[in-house]
Design a binder for this molecule. Structure first.
Ligand code: CUK
Ligand code: CUA
Length: 662
């Protein structure tokens, strides 16, 4: 009997024994004996199941997700870190956390934002001349080549402060943050076009472009949405701000966006809500925005021909606002670049199908998903066949003529992802289910799987590519009552792994997400990602310099003084820093250029100076530059912060700050 036939069917305890026995044959002799000794008799497995109160379904789920020591997961899951401002990296199917990537917010372990070069990256994201160190990360997107994840870069947005970051997957570190000069918040980002020509960032809450002031009474006239097309320079691995541009949008609270692919390549779609232009005023007896924004039966899906927009921008048909070229609505509306079509009712989610032929939108206050037909919409736009114009002169296509159909899903459909069989999986918030339906045959019955609870996004394996894998969906649930040990009133979120291979969806594992409320995630085949294991000697991961101009090699360590500037050229190697004594005068500006000169894998050191709030992680080969003003006299130990060797505790030195002589 083969293992996979057992897994696919109902698993009886006796079958499990056979399965375990089959597995045992492939192991080393010692393991084999151990396994046989512990689990080889059917009585003991049954006992174990009884003792732990496990059903056969539980055991099946465990077998499908267990990744034994020494084996690796099949997929990486890159989940936005929500309010943590960072990104969580998780292995699937084990659902084990692999890494937290410091992005917009200081991350202590990596020394991300604690006094070394990394602060210069965080400072790129400053807005309005202020240090911004908090972020609300919503949508991670992997770089694509021909509509397929290429495993090179990850882009994320910060909804709170309208910023986009570039993470290089060669070393899983953030390389760049760009601050949106036009918008006050964003949401439809960071979505990529099929060859990562652009990283799209669209605004969420309308505001006067360029962060200007205008009274709220002038909302309709002066407040605007905006879509920024950040040009990605693959050669440099950075966004090229000068080649980036934007499109002015009406103040309709643009929400989710997605770039077209294959049949819809060159197009992008953004949904919106609050086409009512509600602005609240509860203290003045006006209805809250929530109800003001839910009056209309239809809001507007924005259909954008970005390839054509790009041409208009190149032809100079733009206006410069806050240093950025902006294609204004009067141009984009009349040129067929920006067209609207109705979408019911308070929509959320905007997902292009893998073949690029359709766009799926969920209505938070509707029970349907609406499936828009890309070919029909292109034709309507080409024929200029519209049913009218909105208050901003933008043409509107007739809803009935633009859609392929609607599917009755349930209460509160949000986001939709896809597998390799023509199935779509929609998160249904109010009902707390994943709803599986066919985007090729709308008459097929909708299958539902209970999740726990109030699912927001969901993600499928390779789901945003032109060729999804199927296999797994992860439900990203907002609430987790009764799923985990209680930890006070702030509950973890709940990631639930769903197996979608068989005829029926199966819940396989729960993972508490303890550090944030992630929104979206993307799941990529593990073998597509090939990170470096050690840096080339002297590499500065922040600047990309190999080596950093201040990198130090063994034997060249020194202290250089120039007035009140003190530069220390230091090496770190098991188990000492050279130099290990630094004497400075009170008020000196001290820069430590420290190189980890190790070449072996996983030989990381770290360095911190007592009281100066600085820390840097020093992975093998890395050089970091740490600057601080030694303004408080004292004797400050500095030490290695990673338990790197048997004599790690001895890896220390002293910074002696001599009081100023008056
Ligand atoms: S959003 Cu959070 S559940 Cu920001 Cu993509 Cu829908
Ligand atoms: Cu180096 Cu601990």
């Amino acid at each position: 009997m083969r293992a996979y036939t057992l897994i696919g069917s109902t698993l009886f305890a006796t079958g499990l024994i056979t399965l375990l026995a089959v597995g045992c044959e492939n192991r080393h002799e010692a393991n084999k004996q151990a396994a046989t000794g512990n689990l080889g008799a059917s009585a003991s497995v049954k006992d174990l199941m009884a003792a732990r109160d496990l059903s056969e379904a539980d055991v099946e789920a465990a077998l499908k997700t267990y990744v034994p020591t020494g084996k690796m997961d099949e997929y990486y899951l890159f989940a936005s870190g929500g309010q943590s401002g960072n990104v969580n990296v998780i292995g699937v199917p084990s659902m084990r956390m692999l890494k937290v990537i410091g992005v917009f917010t200081p991350e202590s372990w990596q020394g991300w934002g604690f006094g070394d070069d990394t602060e210069s990256i965080l400072d790129q994201g400053n807005q309005g001349g202020r240090k911004i160190r908090w972020a609300d990360v919503h949508h991670p997107n992997l770089s694509e080549t021909k509509g397929d994840y290429d495993g090179k870069y990850l882009f994320v947005n910060d909804k709170a402060n309208a910023r986009v970051a570039v993470v290089d997957l060669e070393d899983f570190t953030t390389k760049q943050i760009v601050a949106n000069p036009l918008a006050a918040s964003d949401h439809g980002g960071a979505f990529v076009t099929p060859n990562t020509e652009y990283i799209i960032e669209t605004s969420q809450y309308p505001a006067p472009l360029g962060r200007e002031y205008a009274p709220i009474e002038e909302y309709a006239a002066k407040y605007r949405g905006v879509a920024v097309f950040w040009k990605f320079d693959r050669e440099k691995g950075r966004i090229d701000k000068d080649k980036s541009w934007a499109m002015e949008l009406p103040p309709y609270t643009q929400d989710l966006a997605d770039a077209g692919k294959l049949d819809s390549d060159g197009w992008m779609y953004i949904n919106s809500f609050n086409t009512e232009l509600a602005v609240g005023g509860t203290l003045d007896g006006k209805p809250p925005i929530e109800s003001g924004a839910s009056q209309n039966d239809m809001d507007y899906l924005h259909v954008i021909n970005w390839k054509k927009a790009e041409e208009l921008v190149a032809a100079g048909k733009t206006k410069t606002i806050a240093g950025m070229r902006v294609l204004m609505m009067d141009v984009s509306g009349s040129e067929g670049v920006l067209t609207l079509v109705g979408e019911p009712k308070s929509p959320h989610g905007c997902d292009v199908t893998p073949d690029g032929k359709h766009v799926v939108v969920g209505g938070k206050l509707d029970t349907h998903t609406t499936i828009y037909d890309v070919a029909k919409m292109k034709q309507l736009i080409a024929d200029k066949k519209f049913e009218g114009k909105d208050a901003y002169g933008l043409p509107i296509m007739a809803f009935k003529e633009a859609i392929a159909g609607q599917v009755e899903i349930g209460l509160g459909p949000l986001h939709t992802v896809f597998d390799d069989q023509g199935n779509a999986y929609t998160s249904v918030f109010i009902e707390s289910v994943v709803a599986k339906w066919s985007y090729r045959d709308y008459t097929k019955p909708v299958e539902k799987l209970k999740v726990h609870y109030n699912i927001g996004h969901l993600v499928s394996a390779e789901g945003d590519t032109v060729s999804p894998d199927g296999k797994y969906v992860v439900a990203m649930n907002k609430m987790s009552m009764d799923r985990f040990l209680p930890v006070g009133p702030l509950y973890p979120q709940n990631f639930q792994l769903v197996g979608i291979e068989g005829p029926a969806m199966r819940l396989l594992a729960d993972m508490p997400m303890p550090n944030s409320e992630p929104h979206y995630a993307q799941m990529i085949k593990a073998d597509k990602i090939k990170p470096v294991k050690v840096y080339k000697p002297g590499t500065n991961p922040v600047t990309g310099a190999e080596p950093d101009p201040n990198a130090v090699v063994g034997g060249k360590e020194r202290i250089v003084r120039n007035g009140n500037r003190v530069e220390v050229f230091m090496t770190a190697v098991r188990s000492h820093f050279t130099p290990d004594r630094i004497e400075v005068e009170q008020g000196d500006v001290v820069t430590i250029h420290v190189s980890n000169v190790e070449t072996a894998e996983d030989q990381t050191h770290g360095i911190t100076f007592n009281m100066y709030n600085v820390h840097s992680s020093l992975e093998p080969g890395k050089t970091a530059n740490i600057t601080f003003t030694a303004d408080v006299p004292g004797a400050y130990p500095f030490y290695c912060t990673e338990f790197c060797s048997a004599l790690h505790l001895e890896m220390l030195g002293y910074l002696l700050v001599k009081p100023k002589q008056n």
